[in-house]
Design a protein around this ligand. Structure first.
Ligand code: NZQ
Ligand code: ZN
Length: 383
């Protein structure tokens, strides 16, 4: 196991009715910017719960954060914060709203052009305090320091991270996820499953705690993920999926182990160029990464097959193949497509899809051996 240092300072308030805890979590006297997305919270009662519990507080609303939050929208929020002297940010939504608020928190305090955070790796020295009310189990953003922002004018989607933007708290009431549309529920299951995979499916370094934890999460997400489609109002299923998704990307399982975020990094181009949802991009790419890197990842793929999919028969090569097929089969059972052609994307479109890898000179994978040409081969496997 490699050396590591980390802390996760997010206070979790989990369970039914927990939105009512907000007044005890936000510093008293705060001037709050209440940030949300396209309005789903107005249909499912979350907006009402938040406004009711914050009655008497100084609250300004900022609506309209897009799925795949846009830089331009975030910068409008920065302007309002400065104008109104806001001093606390409350994100109410899924990963998009929480990511947006993290970026807004950093951009407001940033000296210079905040886009440099993504393109030049400019460090975030300070950020505004923020809290989150999670409405969709998927990204783990409520419990981590990462954020992903898209910029229309440059046609880019880029990620960054800083300990300064950890939420101070995350309110997680599984009941508010009952209204998430089925395809978004499936997206959340696939996204969180792949978050675990990308910190697990590399090569063994004898990190027994991380491996056992990752395997438990994969089993829970796999089993409950299939159940939730038929039983969407089952509290226990929703609660387990919500907590699993947070743990899938809150740093615990990733400490001291090699990681491979290839599917994520390659997937952003599919979102920007073709408008695919984040998880839809991953369901296409991960089977390709597994196929292409099957030798390097052999031991972990076999273990994944045994522990999660119950694959015990056959030679090593056969087990690897069965596990790759079972993984893709899981995504399809969740209702996601797994090939580019199913979205009308053709072989000759691939060069443009690997352009960000070429342009930025990324070397991806646990061995940093996936350059733009290898990326192109992986995409080709997925036509
Ligand atoms: O816009 P609203 O009204 O909020 O509606 C959303 C949106 O249309 C809706 N929704 C959310 N909660 C709902 C609901 N509808 C009904 N009832 C509810 N309770 O669902 C749609 C999708 O929401 P979004 O927040 O976009 O989904 P998700 O949580 O999957 O977030 C995706 C974004 O997170 C980034 C992705 O790249 C993408 O931009 N990621 C962030 C990560 C992180 N911070 O660690 C890691 C991930 O890998 C990912 O890259
Ligand atoms: Zn993801």
């Amino acid at each position: 196991m490699n050396n590591f240092e980390f802390s996760n300072p997010v206070k979790i308030v989990f369970g039914k009715g927990t939105i009512s805890r907000l007044p005890f979590l936000i510093p008293s006297g705060s001037k709050i910017l209440f940030v949300y997305g396209g309005g789903s919270i107005k249909k499912n009662g979350v907006y009402e719960q938040v406004t009711k519990t914050l009655q008497g507080w100084d609250v300004t609303e900022f609506a309209g954060i897009e799925a795949n939050p846009g830089y331009e929208t975030c910068m409008r929020a920065v302007h309002i914060i400065r104008e109104k002297g806001i001093d606390f940010l409350l994100a109410v939504g899924g990963g998009s709203v929480i990511d947006a608020v993290k970026f807004i928190a950093a951009a407001t305090c940033f000296d210079g052009d905040p886009w440099d955070i993504f393109t030049k790796g400019a460090s975030i020295e300070s950020a505004m305090p923020l809290g989150a009310v999670l409405t969709l189990a998927a990204t783990g953003s409520e419990m981590n320091e990462r954020f992903v922002i898209s910029r229309e004018s440059t046609n880019e989607k880029l990620s960054s991270a800083s300990p300064k933007v950890f939420p101070e708290f995350a309110v997680m009431d599984p009941e508010v996820t009952y209204t998430v549309p089925v395809h978004q529920v499936a997206n959340g299951v696939v996204d969180s499953f792949i978050h675990v995979i990308e910190q697990y499916l590399t090569y063994p370094v004898n990190a027994k705690v991380q491996d056992a934890f990752a395997e438990s999460l994969l089993k829970v997400i796999y089993e409950e993920g299939l159940k939730v489609l038929d039983d969407p109002y089952n509290y226990d299923i929703r609660a387990n999926l919500m907590w699993a998704a947070s743990n899938a990307l809150n740093s615990w399982i990733g400490q001291g182990v090699p990681q491979d975020w290839t599917s994520h990094r390659l997937g952003y181009a599919l979102t920007v160029q073709y408008g695919l949802d984040h998880a839809q991009t991953l369901a296409i790419l991960l089977p390709g990464v597994m196929q292409y890197m099957r030798k390097e990842k052999e031991q972990k793929i076999v273990r994944l097959g045994e522990v999660v999919f119950g694959i015990h028969e056959g030679s090593t090569g056969e087990k690897v193949q069965q596990t790759i097929e079972a993984t893709e089969g899981f995504f399809r059972r969740m209702g996601l497509k797994t090939h580019l052609s199913e979205y009308g994307i053709k072989d000759w479109d691939i060069d443009a899809l690997v352009e960000p890898v070429r342009q930025r000179g990324w070397k991806l994978g646990e061995h940093a051996n996936i350059d733009w040409q290898v990326a192109r081969d992986i995409f080709k496997l997925r036509v």
